[in-house]
Design a protein around this ligand. Structure first.
Ligand code: AQP
Length: 347
């Protein structure tokens, strides 16, 4: 089975990213061929600092490695190193409905948050995301709950492409999402009605993977709880429900077992237990990260090797897509050319 997922090079990855996505990437190495992409082209769709982007990309690469991604068992690469992603985005945009892009929740939220320019790139973000996955004909995409809508769009794009150009064949694989049963949507500690996120929430509501233990303890101690005193999940208790979910996820336990264990505990005692386990969960990652992040040439070598392997798969898909769409020279004609020949040269 081929498994693909992308992650933004924001560097400051948080507990939601870690539980919802990164920990799934790591475990997927046991189940199939994992391909993980650090999506710097997605990052330029909102305001950013060019000088910082590369640094944050190294931060994110080091976090993935520190979490347990092993470049000898999976492929890790930088999105912009594989040009097929952008070409496929353009080709797929012709089978993507504009109105659907305009209605996407993430687009509408980010559009409102932009102070200056709302870029066309922000609108096309889900098409680039579809190209990321479809270029590898991946069967499975591990993501958090917030990506469900984008995954549905990606599946529809693949289906529409196949219906329009496939001639009865599944040229593009329609992928399945894999959303974790526990921890699919970790909420902000200060406003548990909103998801924990890099943008749009204050420092104290977000636990970062690289936070020092003291900072984690402080954030969890001040996490918003609810009226009442029982440690149990309920729609009226979003703060406590979120902490139960976090503790269950870091322990790899059932939330019901957490509720049973803390049935007689006070909120303060429960929050201290959550802090202790979150610190223990993230501390080894932070320690490994420090060593890995210090060696930029080694990170570049891993990304470069990954891009080489990714390109082999993506260029094969692109050749099929171009062929089916009647774009460029026929694939059979190109196969006879010397390697390095440019596809767009006529005749
Ligand atoms: N709160 C969350 N709970 C569970 N999973 C989450 N993910 C994000 N937030 C939560 C999952 O993390 C993966 C990588 O996300 P990303 O780095 O590409 O950025 P994002 O989805 O846009 O999440 P952020 O960090 O919160 O950024 P902003 O603030 O820009 O929205 C994805 O699989 C996502 O589902």
């Amino acid at each position: 089975m081929r498994i693909f997922s992308g992650i933004q090079p924001t560097g400051r990855k948080h507990l939601g990213n870690y539980i919802g996505a990164i920990s799934q990437y790591v475990s997927s190495q046991e189940r199939g061929e994992g391909i993980f992409c650090i999506v710097d082209l997605h990052a330029v769709t909102v305001a950013y600092e060019p000088a910082e982007l590369r640094e944050r990309l190294y931060d994110t690469t080091a976090i993935l490695l520190a979490a347990g991604l092993d470049p000898s068992r999976c492929t890790i690469f930088r999105q912009s190193d594989v040009a097929e992603h952008t070409e496929l985005t353009w080709l797929l945009s012709s089978v993507t409905e504009l109105g659907r892009l305009q209605r996407m929740h993430q687009f509408r939220d980010k559009e409102l948050a932009q102070r200056e320019l709302v870029s066309a790139g922000l609108l096309l973000y889900p098409v680039l995301q579809a190209a990321d996955v479809l270029a590898y004909r991946a069967q499975e995409v591990p993501v958090g709950e917030d990506q469900r809508e984008h995954l549905e769009l990606m599946r529809d794009i693949a289906r529409r492409f196949n219906a329009r150009y496939g001639d009865g064949q599944e040229v593009l694989v329609v992928p399945e999402h894999r959303i974790p049963a526990v921890g699919a949507r970790i909420m902000d500690l200060q406003d548990p009605t909103r998801k924990m996120s890099t943008s749009g929430s204050g420092e104290s509501g977000t636990v970062y993977v690289l936070d020092e233990p003291k900072a984690i303890e402080k954030k969890l101690a001040s996490a918003v709880t609810d009226s009442g005193s029982e440690v149990r999940r309920s729609p009226e208790k979003p703060g406590i429900s979120n902490l139960i979910e976090i503790l269950a996820a870091v322990r790899d336990a059932d939330p019901a077992a957490v509720e049973a264990e803390f049935a007689d505990a006070r909120y303060g005692e429960f929050k201290a237990a959550v802090a202790q386990d979150v610190v223990a969960y993230l501390a080894p990652v932070r320690e490994r990260y420090e060593q890995l992040r210090a060696d930029v040439p080694a990170l570049e070598a891993i990304l470069d090797d990954g891009a080489g392997r990714a390109r082999v798969i993506a260029s094969d898909t692109l050749a099929d897509v171009r062929d089916r769409m009647g774009v460029g020279a026929p694939r059979a004609a190109r196969a006879g050319r010397p390697s390095g020949a440019v596809d767009t040269v006529p005749g």
